[in-house]
Design a protein around this ligand. Sequence first.
Ligand code: GGG
Length: 350
Amino acid sequence: MKLNIAVLAGDGIGPEIMPQAIGVLNAVGKKFNHEFVYKEALCGAHAIDEVGDPFPEETFKVCMDADAVLFAAVGDPRFDNDPTLKVRPETGLLAMRKQLGLFANVRPVATFDCLLHKSPLKEEIIKGADFVVIRELTGGMYFGEKYQDNDKAYDTDIYHRHEIERILKVAFEFAMNRNKHLTVVDKANVLASSRLWRQIAQEMEPQYPEVSVDYMFIDNASMRVLTEPRFFDVIVTENTFGDILTDETSAITGSMGLQPSSSLGEHTPLFEPVHGSWPQAAGKNIANPMAMILSAAMMLEHFGLKEEGAAIRKACDDALENNIRTPEIQVEGVRSYGTKEIGEWIANRI
Ligand code: GGG
């Protein structure tokens, strides 16, 4: 198979973790006889610095022409402390999702047996946890009308029926292909937008009679993912709740550096780690490249390359089992490995 891949390394640790994913993909290409063609493009703070736009038109074209986008992360503290700035690295991320129509962000949460003790949660609670969070990605407060002056500010949490229906369809279908249990997470006791989500989910239930559906408020869900993670199979939720909930679930996996994701929708699918750009770690060769590498595995699986995806997952498991780990998940007293060394180890293991 030939895949044209748009490569958006972005900011912070992005330019360090991206080459590791590419090294692993090259090893997969060699072993399984596939051709992966990469085209790099600018996004985030780098793109603002170079062309004044965090998601330039040229990058959009590269993404649209590609079969898949591999994206690392955006964000730069230079843009964080001036509340009046309208152009930020993150506005590029939102523009990218909107312009590519990437409305469904799929974030799997699973444990690694050898890392159970690294979680701040009790092993007997998290062992065997395996669920997927489907986060709506192009609506809600992130995109609703905003206003800000010195005395007042607001964000509008707006959802339209068609946006809710299409993400719920993705979630029901995921549930059909898993353990047929869907949890709709909302705040329907307070928010009108949540009540519309709940109403539409209830209308759709009869189309999926095999799926058992429950409804949970976000505050309760935030607690239950940590106290009873095995309860969940597929969670579907709106943009902001999904962002927060999936950072929280890194407590289950043991590190933010282990959570990959895919973003699916109308145009080119995109694959990215859940974590951000971690600017404090940039240039130090300490960032965990596994979420980026596992995002590449999700990309291959999306195109039906199951064996190839499994080979990457197995190589990552082997690295963790052999203590080839970055500092945040390393066993006490054992030397930890750098971003580059881990990437190379995994690529050699393919
Ligand atoms: N790889 C994800 C990333 O770059 N995250 C930075 C960020 O600003 N995230 C907000 C969001 O995902 O909505």
